[in-house]
Design a protein around this ligand. Sequence first.
Ligand code: PXP
Length: 239
Amino acid sequence: MAQLAVNVDHVATLREARGINYPEPVAAAIAAETAGADGIVVHLREDRRHINERDVRLIRQIVQSKLILEMAATSEMLGIALDVKPDTVTLVPEKREELTTEGGLDLITHQNHVRETVSTLKNAGIAVCIFIDPDLDQIKTAHKIDADMIEIHTGAFCDAATGNQRKREFARIVDAAKIGHKLKLEVNAGHGICYNTIKSFKGLNEITEFSIGHSIVSRAVLTGMEQAVRDMKELISGL
Ligand code: PXP
């Protein structure tokens, strides 16, 4: 069975919407592990729009499965990763103005810089995953620069507007997973996967782990709503 790494960024997004100290992403990480998550993912962005350094350090301390730190290959982030020592770093591209990560890292363009980052992280005992589009040349380059794993960007598939586009994008993911597996890279997948799109991956056994955040946090908000309202009603009834 494939593993599930749960991204808790958007618990921090809710917190930051109010600029207060809840909801607590650390508590979400503990709850996710209690429910069977095989890993906890946080993306420390340059602008700290959701997860901050304090969250990463606390989650590092409490996580019992593994901590996967998503980050851009900048010197600031590299310094933090070497200090915090997550189990895995996933290298992602990052644009300040984007709503979420918009595409895979372009390894053809940034090969030399990323190779250096991969080597530094691996020498520190941190496994390195690279978030890339399902593209043959990108995958071959990930292998060439000695990454341990790739995470295939599933966003174009999950967000496809038509059935044909969805089919075409899924075929790219299947090819990418098979090529990555053949090259002995661990193959993961993530971005935009929800309770519907996950079903398409049945039988694609080359995928070791799914990295999922937004759909899980979104469902948690709704499945927890009735209890949350009951709890407040009870408090009000005791006034
Ligand atoms: N993988 C990577 C590399 C990401 O950047 C993200 C989004 O932070 C995810 C997976 C999770 O995507 P989603 O929140 O859409 O499940």
